[in-house]
Design a protein around this ligand. Structure first.
Ligand code: SF4
Ligand code: MSK
Length: 671
């Protein structure tokens, strides 16, 4: 029995999740929600005041003036813990990028079964950025050179990683001056571990400088490489109709849920699921076919490119199995709960691990290998189909919502300017005029310590009302998709008048789904292109923009936050801070917390803050946007100026007699 058990409504705002949580209670099955209720977070480690870097500890610094056995002070301990978390996050994203680089190399050399180069234009564009010759060369030759260059970024020892050249010039100079330019991706992660070993780096500011360098290897390194290669191999996303929530699972089909992060295997499973041989195999088993659905960022990858429905975000991985309708949950890397296997034993679901890096005791392991990807994908689907006969009672919530994802930076540029004039000019102009007050990136995870999806959706809705254009990635995008904010016209009645005009004119939803967690680099690219377009300053820190991770939980989120801060953004995390300390008990135990905000703002123009209250998050976001507008000399945001043009006005005018309509549009005759 949980200690402080919350009701389903307190655990999630999502009706599908609530239904499955009731079902879990009926069956007496625990989930992350009930385990979070049972597990009170450690009030010492949770605020960064515990060190377990060596066998003389763990040392808990809860008294004034106390140090660790080695003499380490609280700020050193907090900075070391923080750097280690950033290093783990950067490692996860970057290793994802490395695997894709090896896949690109294999595809270029015809050694990867089933894969082709899907977006030759993007391959040529990316290669040209690095002066790789493209004219008169076959895509495979270019891809081979690009793969070699990208693979080299991981083991490089000196110089700078190449994707950094894509940042605004002023920012690159700043990074040089601050000594945070990454030399090689692996080198910075290794150095982070070295520096935080007992008896190494003990100056908190110096340790946190390396947190910046390490995070930059993620945003302007590993993650950017991952996004580039995913687009080259599987296609650059463009708007496509999708669906989200547990109601996408189908009673009469074999349901295979793809969960994790890397698109390599999931893309091949999508291809295999359409193979006549597999469809026939499913029919012979008594099903109408194979229904694929995604969870977490694998979901975002195959949704953005193939329109494969999303079963849910992070906190719905267990709930999908609780439907009783999932024949197989196929996982690769990151954000996979170990609890899945025990939970699945209550049903017929097979949990299939596929990465050489990730095994879970009790799961079936079918190892993925890009050299025989299609064969592995078909093998997995056959195993899932064979399991269909074991299905028992099903409880699929009848809850799903349409959405339109697929807003890559390439597509945003195209939609704003067209094929021949692709550009960010209209976006910059809308911000300069005040139609769009600013831009917010609402991203990141779910966390069972808050109410699932509540913070993501309430903040997004509030910002839209204030004419803030919202871009999204990761589990946040799925949260807002489920409440219908990622549709063309739906939700436009809930947005501010200026933003509504822009959305109606361009034909876009007010919330743009830009992809998975590694695709936060698309947001860096958009910000860089907005700078290049002109009118909003000469560096990212001058743009009226804010990043928010309201329900963060992963170390990857911290790494993303730090590279955004280092790129000049104001980043607000919801929930608890891992470095807040207990300033009421131990004075100055919040030195590191303050440094991430005030210290980094002086150095990089961006800052990181942790704010629990959603209204306060919105208030700080708007205050920051308005302050950046003022610094640029832009007109003060005034919603009364807009909302009288565009489609809404046309509908009103249509009701007037023709002469009055013309007078309203063009002035009275003779004037
Ligand atoms: Fe304690 Fe120092 Fe060891 Fe950390 S490194 S556990 S503070 S003795
Ligand atoms: S999956 S890192 S819970 S966003 Fe990228 Fe979602 Fe966070 Fe995992």
């Amino acid at each position: 029995m949980a200690k402080k058990e919350r009701s389903p409504e307190q655990r999630s705002i999502d009706p599908a999740s609530q239904q499955m949580l009731i079902r879990a209670d009926e069956l007496g099955i625990g989930t992350a929600f009930s385990r979070a209720d049972d597990m009170v977070p450690c009030n010492i480690g949770g605020v960064g005041m515990c060190c377990k870097m060596c066998g003389m500890g763990p040392c808990r610094l809860t008294k004034e003036g106390q140090t660790g056995v080695c003499g380490a002070t609280i700020d050193t301990i907090q900075a070391r813990n923080f750097l280690r978390a950033v290093a783990a996050g950067a490692a996860a994203h970057s290793d994802h990028g490395r695997d894709l680089a090896f896949t690109l190399k294999a595809v270029a050399n015809s050694e990867a079964e089933g894969y082709v180069i899907n977006d030759v234009a993007k391959l040529r564009t990316v290669a040209a950025l690095y002066d790789i010759p493209i004219e008169g060369r076959a895509p495979e030759e270019i891809a081979n050179d690009l793969a070699d260059l990208y693979i080299a970024q991981f083991g490089q020892q000196k110089g700078r990683i190449v994707p950094m050249i894509r940042a605004p010039e002023k920012r690159r100079k700043l990074w040089d001056e601050r000594g945070v330019v990454p030399r090689g991706i692996d080198r910075e992660v290794v150095e982070a571990l070295h520096r935080t070993h007992i008896g190494d780096d003990q100056d908190p500011e110096h340790i946190l400088q390396h947190a910046v360098r390490t995070a930059l290897t993620d945003g302007w390194g590993g993650s950017m490489i991952a996004t580039d290669i995913s687009d080259i191999l599987f296609g650059t996303p463009a708007p496509i109709l999708g669906q989200a929530n547990l109601g996408v699972l189908k009673k009469d089909m074999v349901n295979v849920v793809l969960h994790g992060h890397e698109p390599t295997l999931s893309e091949m499973i999508v291809a295999a699921s359409q193979d006549p041989e597999i469809i026939e195999y499913a029919r012979a088993a008594g099903a109408k076919g194979v229904n694929l659905a995604g969870i977490c960022c694998t979901a975002n990858e195959i949704l953005m490119r193939k329109g494969i429905p999303v079963a849910g975000n992070f906190l719905q991985q267990e709930l999908a199995i609780l439907t009783g309708a999932v024949e197989a949950m196929v996982v690769d890397v990151q954000c996979i709960m170990q609890a899945l296997v025990g939970l699945a034993q209550n049903f017929h679901t097979m949990v299939i691990t596929t990465s050489p890096k990730v095994r879970i005791k009790g799961a079936t392991h079918i190892e993925f290998n890009e050299h025989r990807a299609l064969t592995v994908a078909k093998d997995i689907l056959r195993r899932a189909i064979d399991n269909f006969k074991n299905r028992g009672e099903t409880h699929i919530p009848d809850v799903r919502q349409n959405l339109i994802p697929g807003f890559s930076h390439e597509y945003i540029s195209y939609m704003l300017g067209g094929t021949y004039r692709a550009s960010f000019r209209p976006l910059n102009d809308a911000i300069i005029a005040g139609r769009i007050r600013g831009v917010a990136a609402v991203v990141g995870c779910n966390n069972p310590r808050s109410t699932q999806d509540y913070l993501h959706t309430v903040i997004t809705r509030e910002l839209l009302k204030q004419d803030v254009l919202v871009v999204e990635t990761g589990c946040s995008a799925i949260a807002n998709a489920k409440v219908g904010l990622l549709l063309g016209s739906a939700g436009l009645d809930q947005v501010g008048p200026g933003l509504r005009e822009v959305c109606e004119t361009v034909g876009i939803p007010p919330v743009l789904h830009m992809g998975s967690c590694v695709d936060n680099t698309r947001i860096l690219t958009v910000l860089t292109q907005m700078v290049a377009e002109g009118g909003l300053g000469d560096d990212i820190d001058q743009i009226p923009a804010v990043g928010l991770a309201p329900e963060w939980m992963s170390e990857k989120a911290l790494s993303i936050g730090v590279y955004c801060v280092a790129s000049g953004a104001y980043v607000i995390f919801g929930g608890a801070s891992p470095v807040s300390g207990m300033p009421d008990r131990v004075a100055d135990s919040d030195i590191v917390l303050r440094y991430l905000s005030e210290g980094w703002e002086k150095l990089y123009g961006g800052k990181m803050e942790f704010v629990a209250d959603p209204q306060e998050m919105v208030r700080r976001t708007l205050a920051h946007i308005d302050q950046k507008r003022a610094a640029l000399g832009l007109p003060k945001y005034n919603p009364a100026r807009y909302g009288r043009s565009g489609d809404a006005r046309i509908h009103e005018l249509e009701r007037l007699p023709i002469a009055e309509r013309q007078a309203a549009l063009y002035g009275a005759p003779g004037k």
